[in-house]
Design a binder for this molecule. Sequence first.
Ligand code: 0L1
Ligand code: MG
Length: 256
Amino acid sequence: MTHLVELARTVDDAARTAKAIPQLSIEYPGLSVEDAYEIQRLSFARRLQRGEKRIGIKMGLTSRAKMIQVNVDEVIWGRLSDAMLLEEGGSLSLSRYVHPRIEPEIVFLLKKPLAGRVTALQALAAVEAIAPAMEVIDSRYENFKFSLADVIADNSSSSGIVVGPWARPDQDFSNLGMVMAVNGRPVQIGSSAAILGNPIRSLVSAADMVARAGETLEPGEIVMAGGATAAHAMSKGEHIHLAVQDLGDVMIGVEA
Ligand code: 0L1
Ligand code: MG
């Protein structure tokens, strides 16, 4: 337990100071997925102690493109805080991150508690609204290289979220075109169907995964469904724009 507390401090310090660290699994090759989620919980508790508020969770590696990009093939989750929220149409500063990437997503806003094994219909009944969104992911590990346990311990690379206009969830969002462009040039083109076949499946998994950690998704919280395409490594001076069919647009600029 003591070493999990220390490792939680290591990953939290790396995120707070934007300094890359070696993979935990190099020093601890036996680090289990269970231990990794405990490190994540402990490191997120440090954020809460500093005054940050939990605003929901993110699902990660929910598409083949994402799994292939980082060579990890399991769906994972991470915890989101209000300090990760970015202003839509505003800009982010690269200095806050180690080597940030951005990816196109769909996000759910909940109106009812959700936890455990639920059907897609039950999950949908808990949704107040859906929106186009982009997630900024920033692995705290050197060279953006990690094992499954490493990335989970590092809060599944959670770093930033930018959310577009909220829309009613009683529409078909299973196969919406998604185009992410940088300075007007499309860099990633995909569909919401790439997110586990239908983003609602990501919410179903989220309910199950948080329940296994003894937690519940609460009304007012958000759930990021996961990247529909591979992520784009950001550079200074870029304007990143996501258009999602029927749902609208999200934009963020990148500063030094
Ligand atoms: O899909 C994701 O949000 C994955 C997060 C972990 C892997 C990565 O940093 O790309
Ligand atoms: Mg993501």
